[in-house]
Design a protein around this ligand. Sequence first.
Ligand code: 13P
Length: 249
Amino acid sequence: MRKQIVAGNWKMNNDLAETLALLTDLQKQTQTSNAEVMVAPAFTNLYKAFEALKDSNIEVIAQNMHYAENGAYTGEISASMLKSIGINTVILGHSERREYFNETDESLAKKVDAALEKGMRIIFCFGEELADRKSGNEGTVVENQIKNALFHLSAAAFQNIILAYEPVWAIGTGETASPEQAQDMHAFIRKTLANKYGADIAEEVSILYGGSCKPGNAQEIFSKPDVDGGLIGGASLKAEDFYAIVNAF
Ligand code: 13P
């Protein structure tokens, strides 16, 4: 049975005091679902966050990393640095990284390899822009993003990969993919995986939806058979909202 996961991507929000306050609030919430819960604070707050949540069932994860092990890459963070403070999961390929920091399928493939080599789990993000959907190209765009960054991997590597379909037009816009649009795309993604790696592998990979997921729409989206959870931006910054989404399963 594949895992249900709800992960909060805090993006560039919350200083240290705000981070610790939100973590305290999160720990006061009651979880009634079986979903795995993760939160991704900013780099500067990761270590304290990890320490604060060490004995909880919320995993602290990173929003990004560099592909090199170490070296002259000013301002960057490596997989070993994350591992050294207890972080075992990293988000890679977010559309904001692709758009504002020039991340490409090629650089992401290197990041994926570096994370896997260190035994990390990856939440790999991808998704089409509005123009792609308007022109009916969303399937091709998504398929290429997945193939270019992931299809050099062995089938076994997918034990450590979680996919996150995040249509760019739905991120932070208040406009969500309809549950049917999400299901159609998630089923297409699973079929793309099955064609390359076989149905057994494809059935085991969790595929999360991200893009204006809120307490009011999470349940309907998560009720779809190929939607295994969510990657949550804005609504993950309020403990009650985030847990309303966690408990939407
Ligand atoms: P919002 O939930 O704010 O639309 O952001 C989604 C997202 O980008 C999660 O990674």
